[in-house]
Design a binder for this molecule. Structure first.
Ligand code: ATP
Ligand code: MG
Length: 270
């Protein structure tokens, strides 16, 4: 039996094929790598492990009993996984931008089987959780995204139309001119937690999308594939990303198991 592992900055993802031939995917917090190794030690007959991610070396050290461990660099694993997922989900294109919204965000240009890292930003899933925690005291990812879902941004974000009052706007008036920009202009008010969380999520989503769009334009590609566990069950974030990507005449793609490309790639590499 073989397992693919992607040990990331926040989450360690596992991918394996069970006895019914189904692909099974799980994740554990990376700050509890012992839970991962304990889980693995309970699985019968694991002979091979494919591993990737920034915490790979740490996990490897804890897996002394496994016979054969295949290491693959993160970007190679991600690309392998994404190509497999695209095929499984019936997508037919070779050139695209891949934006991996992990703890931080890493952006790649894919052309067939080749790829290069074209950009990135420290604004990512870690920022979403970090800023949310700092501003509201809520640390739990699922609580954050649930509350963000019902929040509104118009009392905090400054839109282009808020600046161009009574005038034609030079660009679409409903675009964000300044994330959180109203906070420094309007009188201080108490803002409901949901609104703060929705606005933090808006900031993260818009930065990531802006950068991805620019890199798509630079490389003349139409499709942007957004992956990473930050998108997990996060319809509000996906909506921000999708709407802005479409507005800029690019096509956003979300894969079904978007957090697991690296783990799937590591499994395929065995
Ligand atoms: P990197 O690739 O940057 O090393 P990573 O691989 O750990 O990091 P992902 O697993 O793709 O990154 O995404 C991590 C993000 O996913 C977190 O920052 C958080 O926003 C979000 N997330 C989703 N579910 C959870 C969860 N159960 N616990 C913690 N974070 C979660
Ligand atoms: Mg990762």
């Amino acid at each position: 039996k073989a397992i693919g592992i992607d040990a990331g900055g926040t989450l360690t993802k596992l991918a394996y094929v069970n006895e019914f031939g189904e692909l099974v995917l799980e994740h554990f917090p990376s700050n509890d790598l012992h839970a991962v190794t304990e889980w693995i030690s309970k699985q019968p007959e694991i002979e091979e492990i494919g591993i990737t991610g920034g915490r790979a070396e740490q996990v490897k050290d804890l897996l002394k009993s496994v016979k054969s461990i295949h290491y693959i660099v993160e970007f190679e694993a991600t690309l392998k996984g994404v190509r497999y997922q695209l095929m499984q989900e019936g997508h037919q294109f070779d050139r695209s931008i891949i934006t991996n919204v992990g703890t931080g965000t890493s952006i790649h240009y894919m052309d067939g089987e080749t790829h290069s890292r074209v950009g990135g930003t420290g604004i990512g899933g870690g920022t979403l959780v970090g800023l949310a925690a700092l501003t509201t005291g809520i640390y739990n990812y699922n609580d954050i995204i649930k509350q963000a879902q019902s929040g509104e941004r118009q009392e905090m974000d400054l839109l282009v139309q808020d600046i161009y009052q009574g005038m034609d706007t030079p660009i679409s008036g409903t675009l964000t001119a300044s994330n959180f920009g109203k906070m420094g202009i309007d009188q201080t008010k108490n803002h409901p937690t949901e609104n703060i969380l929705a606005t933090v999520q808006g900031l993260v989503g818009e930065v990531i999308t802006t950068l991805s769009i620019q890199l798509a334009e630079q490389n003349q590609v139409e499709h942007i594939i957004y992956i990473g566990t930050t998108l997990n069950e996060n319809e509000a974030l996906k909506k921000i990303i999708a709407n802005y990507t479409k507005l800029k005449k690019k096509t956003p793609i979300f894969l079904n198991d978007h957090g697991f490309s690296g783990a799937i790639g590591a499994l395929l590499n065995i």
